[in-house]
Write a protein that binds this ligand. Sequence first.
Ligand code: AMP
Length: 200
Amino acid sequence: MLNIVIFGPPGSGKGTQSAKIVEKYGLVHLSTGDLLREEMARNSPLGIEVRKFIDKGLLVPDEIIMRELYEKASEYLDAQGMIFDGFPRTIIQAEMLDRMLVKREIPVSIVLSVEVEEEELFNRMMGRAQDSGRSDDQAHIIRHRIEVYKNQTLPLMDYYKKQGKIAVINGMSPVEIVFERITRAIDTYLSTEVILPEIN
Ligand code: AMP
């Protein structure tokens, strides 16, 4: 059983790397951002509710996120493992995830922290804005999402550092090279249960 949290600022390539990890290791991909965007596209009551937050670049309240996640995760009880992408984003979510996984006796194995410099993040998101069709890929909202990340999500680094689970991945390289660093982190963990603290 392998439970991975992929952690990093918006635009750090979490979604792209998650898809590649899923393909190689056969995990279930749980992206809260994707789940919420599906609800918005369907115009469901939940979608209408969360749009108010997402379109402003704000985090969706923890209760809503946890309800969605519980529901989704329960569909995959027999999976080989999961990759949590864009979740947790607050300490409260991380504590709730730990409680959920402890009940199932499958704690978080490793937290991949993908690090990319701020201007590079901004440029990547502006670059994808035309194709992504995402209502939150606009300059002032992108800036705000990066600030929200720094204020509300970055403190999670300490939470997972205390648990000895963080592998910092240098994300300032082309997709394949970043993926090679990620596989080095995961393969080392799988063969030795050692978490490499930093991978360049
Ligand atoms: P993402 O696709 O992960 O960048 O998420 C897009 C947006 O969805 C974020 O800016 C938040 O508004 C919302 N969102 C996604 N995941 C979470 C989460 N775990 N907690 C709170 N809000 C979230």
